[in-house]
Design a protein around this ligand. Sequence first.
Ligand SMILES: Cc1cc2nc3c(=O)[nH]c(=O)nc-3n(C[C@H](O)[C@H](O)[C@H](O)COP(=O)(O)OP(=O)(O)OC[C@H]3O[C@@H](n4cnc5c(N)ncnc54)[C@H](O)[C@@H]3O)c2cc1C
Length: 401
Amino acid sequence: MDFTVSERMQTVLGMITEFVDKELIPMEPEFLTHSFSSMLPELEKKRDMVKKMELWAPNHPKEFGGMGLNLLDHAMVSEALGRTPIGHFVFGCQAPDAGNIEILHLHGTPEQKKKYLQPLVAGEIRSCFSMTEVEQPGSNPVIMDTTAVKDGDDYVINGHKWYTSSADGAEFAIVMAVTNPDNAKYMQASQIIVPCNTPGFNLVRNIPVMGHAGDSWSSHGEILYQNCRVPQANLLGPEGGGFVIAQERLGPGRIHHCMRWVGICTRAFDLMCHRANTRMMSPGKSLGSKEIIQAWISESAAEIQAARLMVLHAAWAMENMGHKEARNEVSFIKFYVAGIMQKIIDRALQVHGGLGMTDDTIIAFFFRHERAARIYDGADEVHKASTARRILRGYEGKTIR
Ligand SMILES: Cc1cc2nc3c(=O)[nH]c(=O)nc-3n(C[C@H](O)[C@H](O)[C@H](O)COP(=O)(O)OP(=O)(O)OC[C@H]3O[C@@H](n4cnc5c(N)ncnc54)[C@H](O)[C@@H]3O)c2cc1C
C-alpha cells in the first residue's frame, strides 16, 4: 500500500495551504462579525486570485474550467480548505453547488449544461438543493408531500421545503418533487430545475440556526412552492429517477464534507496546542504541562489521523469499487468523523476557557456551525442502522467459534 502523495498534489496542497493562511484566515474576524453579502466584493477578489493561480474548482471537470481532480486528490484539497469556513467558497467547490454541478454534469441535457452548469462552475451564479420538507422526515424522504403535476408543457410544483441551504441569492434550485405517485416508492420523485425568480418560488425566510439566520451563501432557506410553473424541459435526468440521482449526489458529497471536517479538526487542534503551550497557569507551568490536556492532545491527534485515513480510504473505495460497494465505508466516515470533530472542537474550546466562548477565535463558530454534521446528509443513527444491518446480514447462517 503506497501512501505517497504525488509531486503535483504536494505542490497544489502547499499553494492552497499558503493561500488559506495568508489570504483567508485574516478575513475571519470580518466573517464572524459581518453579513456574508457585505464580504462578497472582497471574496470575489480572492476568487480571482485563485483563478489566476489555476486552482479554481479543483473537483470539477477541466472542460468546464475546473482542475479535474479525482475524488482522492480532491479529498486532500478539501482538508486544506476546510481549515477556514470560507475556503471552499473562495476556491469554487462549496456545497451545495458542488453536488449540483456533479449531477448536472452527469444528467443535464446540453441546454441545461449551457444555461446552468457552465455559469455555476465559473462561479457566476449560485444554486441550492431543495429536498427536505418541514412536515415530513428528511431521514425517510420517500415520504414527500411536494408534488410536480404536468400541465400542458409545464410542471406545476407545490410544496413546503426547508433547509434549502444557500437559497438566498441563488439563481436556481434543484427541487425534489413527486411526479409519479403510482410508481414503486423509490421511483416516485424527480429532480426539477427551478429558477428562483419563477413566480411561486417563495423564500419565506432564512432560518435562524444556532442563533444566526445568516444571508446569501451562508444561510438555510425555508421555501414555499405555490403553483410554481416550470417547463418540463427542466426535468433533470429521468422522471422518477430523483432518489437514484440524490444518492449519486450524496456519495462524493459525504467525502467532501468529511474531509472538510478533518480540516476543521486540524485547525481546532492547532489552536488548542498553541493555547496549551502559551497559557501559563503558574510560573514556568503552561497549560500543556497538565496531564489531562496532554491526553486530549494525544487523543485528538490519533483521532484526526484515523479520520483522515478512513476518509481517504472511502474515497479510494468509491472511485475504484463504485458507490454501492463503498456504502459502508461512506457511512462509517459520516458518523465517525462528525463525532470526533465535535469532541475535538469541544476540547479546543475548553482549553481556551472563556476565550473559547467568544468570537475572538474561530472555535465558537465551529462549535455552533458543525453540530449539524451529525444531522445532514443522513443523521448518525440512519448511517449506523444501515451499516449494522449490512454487517449482520454478513453473519447470517454462519457459525462463529
Ligand atoms: C445545516 C443543515 C443544512 C442542510 N442543508 C440541506 C440542503 O441544502 N437541502 C436539503 O434538502 N436538506 C438539507 N438539510 C436537511 C437535512 O438533510 C435533514 O435535516 C436530515 O435529513 C434529517 O431530516 P429531519 O431534519 O427531517 O429529521 P428527522 O428525519 O425527523 O429525524 C430526526 C432524528 O431522528 C433520528 N432518526 C432518524 N431516523 C432514524 C432511524 N432510522 N433510527 C434511529 N433514529 C433515527 C435522528 O437522530 C434524527 O436526527 C440540512 C440540514 C441542516 C441541519
